[in-house]
Write a protein that binds this ligand. Structure first.
Ligand code: PMP
Length: 368
C-alpha cells in the first residue's frame, strides 16, 4: 500500500529551493587509518576524560541542562578575552553557521562565498531561499580578495563567508586581507576559523573595533572533541543577541557543556598535540611534493590538498588503492571546481602519516 501512496502530494509543499538541493552526505566506512575528516588523531588525555566523567556522574540526568550554558560560556570568555554577552555556544559550529544564515538570509538576499569551500554555507543559503554569489579561488587556490570585495559591493551582500584556513584547500587570509574585506564592504563577515589552531591569522583581536565581524570556532579539530559536538561564536553582544533568536532552547546537552568547559580550561594539555599535527602537516606536504606526478598546495590547516598531475594513474585509482590495499581513507575532493584530480588528506599520528606516505610512494612508483 505504501508504494502506491501519492508522495508528490506531500513533496509539493517542500520549498523549491530545497527540492533542488543535494543533501550533505558522507559514506560511512571504518578504515584502518582514517585521514578523511580532519579530526584529531589523538583522543583527549585520560586525566581530562576522567575528570569529565566524574562531573557527569554527579549530575542528575533526568533534569534539563542549564537554560544558559554559563559554565561553557564563561570558559570561552576566559580563553578568548571576549565578553560573555558576545559569546554563543552550540552543538558544533555547524549549528552556528545555520543560525547566522537563518537570521540574515531570505529571498533576494546575497551571500558571497569564496569557493571551493565547506559546502554547508551554500546549503544553508539555499535552504533560506537566498542567493549564493560564488567567487572562485585563484588557480593557485588562494583567495581573490579584490573579487570578493567587488562581489559583495555589487550585490549589496548581507554576508561574506570567509573560511580561513579554508576547507578543503587549506589556504588562509592574512590580517590585512580580512581587514580589507571588512572595511571595504558593508556586509557581515562570517569568519569560520575551524582550523585556526593549526595556522593562519586569528581574527579575535580584530573583533574589538569591527562590529560586522563574526568569528566561529569548533571543538571538533584541534580540541579533539568531534564526537561530543561543540562550537562557539564571538560577535558584538547586540549581534550575538539577534543570532541567539535562531537557536533552539537546550541545544547544549550537559555532556557537551561540561566537556567543552573542562577541555578549554585545560587546553595547555592539548598544545603539544596541536603543535605535532601542524609539524606533521608540513612534513606530509614536503614529502608529497617530492613524489613525481603530484602537486601539493600550501596549507595552514591540519590537512592539505594534492593533485595527481601525471597520466600514469588517476586520482580515483590512487584513492581506491590506498583504501583497498592499505586501509587508508582520504577524501576525494575532485568534484569541486578547481580541484579536478585532487585528493585531501589530514595529518594523523606520525606512524599513520608514514604509512600514508609509504603507500603513496609505492603506488606512484608502480604506476610509473
Ligand atoms: N566549519 C568548517 C570549515 C569545517 O570544516 C567544519 C567541519 N567539517 C565545520 C565548520 C563544522 O564543525 P563542527 O563539528 O563544529 O560542526
Amino acid at each position: 500500500a505504501r508504494a502506491e501512496m501519492d508522495i508528490d502530494a506531500a513533496l509539493r509543499w517542500i520549498k523549491p529551493s530545497v527540492r533542488e538541493m543535494g543533501a550533505y552526505t558522507l559514506k560511512p566506512t571504518e578504515p584502518r587509518i582514517k585521514l578523511n575528516q580532519n579530526e584529531s588523531p589523538y583522543d583527549l588525555p585520560d586525566v581530562l576524560k576522567a575528570r569529565i566523567h566524574a562531573i557527569l556522574a554527579d549530575r542528575p540526568w533526568n533534569r534539563y541542562p542549564p537554560f544558559v550554558a554559563s559554565n561553557f560560556i564563561s570558559a570561552v570568555s576566559e580563553a578568548t578575552g571576549w565578553p560573555e554577552e558576545g559569546v554563543l555556544v552550540a552543538n558544533g559550529s555547524n549549528e552556528l553557521i545555520q543560525a547566522v544564515l537563518a537570521v540574515t538570509v531570505g529571498p533576494g538576499v546575497s551571500v558571497v562565498i569564496p569557493e571551493p569551500t565547506f559546502t554547508l554555507y551554500r546549503l544553508m543559503t539555499d535552504v533560506n531561499g537566498g542567493t549564493v554569489v560564488s567567487v572562485a579561488l585563484t588557480d593557485d587556490l588562494a583567495f581573490d580578495v579584490d573579487a570578493i570585495i567587488r562581489a559583495a559591493r555589487d550585490t549589496d551582500a548581507a554576508v561574506v563567508v570567509l573560511c580561513t584556513p579554508n576547507n578543503p584547500t587549506g589556504g588562509a587570509l592574512s590580517e590585512n586581507e580580512i581587514r580589507r574585506i571588512h572595511d571595504e564592504t558593508d556586509a557581515l563577515i562570517l569568519l569560520d576559523q575551524a582550523y585556526i589552531e593549526f595556522g593562519g591569522y586569528d581574527g579575535i583581536p580584530m573583533l574589538a573595533d569591527r562590529p560586522r565581524l563574526v568569528v566561529l570556532r569548533t571543538f571538533s579539530k584541534a580540541m579533539a572533541m568531534a564526537g561530543l559536538r561543540a562550537g562557539y561564536m564571538l560577535a558584538h553582544p547586540a549581534l550575538a543577541a539577534e543570532v541567539h533568536k535562531a537557536k533552539l532552547p537546550y541545544n547544549i546537552n550537559f555532556f557537551t557543556e561540561v566537556a567543552a568547559a573542562e577541555v578549554l580550561r585545560s587546553r595547555a594539555l592539548l598544545a603539544p598535540m596541536v603543535a605535532e599535527i601542524s609539524a606533521e602537516r608540513d612534513r606530509i606536504a614536503a614529502e608529497l611534493a617530492r613524489v613525481p606526478g603530484l602537486r601539493v598546495y600550501p596549507s595552514d590547516a591540519n590537512f592539505l590538498v594534492f593533485r595527481v598531475e601525471t597520466d600514469a594513474i588517476t586520482h580515483t585509482a590512487l584513492f581506491d588503492r590506498l583504501l583497498a590495499e592499505y586501509g587508508i581513507l582520504v577524501r576525494d575532493v575532485s568534484k569541486y571546481p578547481l580541484l579536478e584530480r585532487c585528493l585531501r588528506v589530514n595529518a594523523g599520528t606520525p606512524a599513520e602519516n608514514d604509512a600514508f606516505l609509504d603507500a603513496v610512494r609505492t603506488i606512484m612508483t608502480e604506476a610509473g
